[in-house]
Design a protein around this ligand. Structure first.
Ligand code: DX5
Length: 216
């Protein structure tokens, strides 16, 4: 069964008291919060106070996906908001090793993301130091975009590298994931599927949507 991360970027927060228990009942593995700065990506992302608001109401793992130019400036704040894993984009830092250490110092797990167009070899040297490698299957910034299938080549390259070195780093994809694209992603070696619109805009509701993704 594939691990599912529910991306709440486009969720209706006026109804969180309904969908949060549904996500738990559907046994999603984690919630993904998309943090944006209108600089690295042309969008504002989720309202970070929503993280603090929901934190006390669920034990679900929170991963925060930082599509921002200065991720190092957000580490302490998001640790305090209750993030369990801080995912930064390799394209946004000149000092990844320092940032990895800073994130760990604040008690969070570490993820590195590669945006559409960035080759996975750019993060090969960090795979033994991080918990998650995130491959964007859309151009970072918005939900509801079309899946970029060629980016599964980066998943295959990461899978080969991780397995050849016996590493524990998980591979996650994010963007345009639905029941059709999920099966291709799993075949390519993906461990965790991030889905937003495929969950929150599914005609049959959240539970059915997640069931479809867990066994596509
Ligand atoms: C895009 C975000 C994704 C997005 C996923 O930059 O990182 O998490 O919310 O949305 P869907 O699943 O609708 O493509």
């Amino acid at each position: 069964m594939a691990k599912i991360a529910a991306s709440v970027l486009d969720a209706d927060f006026s109804k969180w008291k309904t969908w949060l228990p549904e996500l738990e009942k559907a046994e999603v593995d984690r919630i993904q919060w998309d943090v944006m700065d209108n600089k690295y990506v042309p969008n504002a992302g989720v309202d970070r106070q929503k993280i603090a608001q929901l934190r006390p109401h669920t034990k679900l793992f929170f991963e925060t996906h930082h599509m921002v130019k200065k991720p190092e400036a957000q580490v302490e704040e998001f640790a305090k908001l209750g993030s369990n894993m801080f995912i930064f984009h390799i394209e946004t830092t000149k000092k990844p090793l320092q940032l990895i250490e800073q994130i760990e110092d604040f008690g969070m797990k570490v993820g590195i993301a590669i945006n559409n167009g960035t080759p996975s070899k750019k993060i090969f040297s960090y795979l033994d130091k991080i918990d998650l490698a995130l491959v964007m299957t859309v151009q970072a910034g918005f939900g509801g975009q079309k899946f970029i299938e060629k980016n599964l080549d980066e998943v295959r390259a990461l899978r080969t590298k991780i397995d050849s070195q016996g590493l524990l780093c998980e591979i996650e994809i994010d963007g345009g994931v639905n029941a059709q694209t999920a099966s291709k992603a799993i075949e390519a070696g993906t461990d965790v599927l991030v889905a937003g619109s495929a969950i929150f805009r599914h005609p049959k509701g959240i539970l059915a949507a997640i069931k479809e993704l867990q066994s596509p």
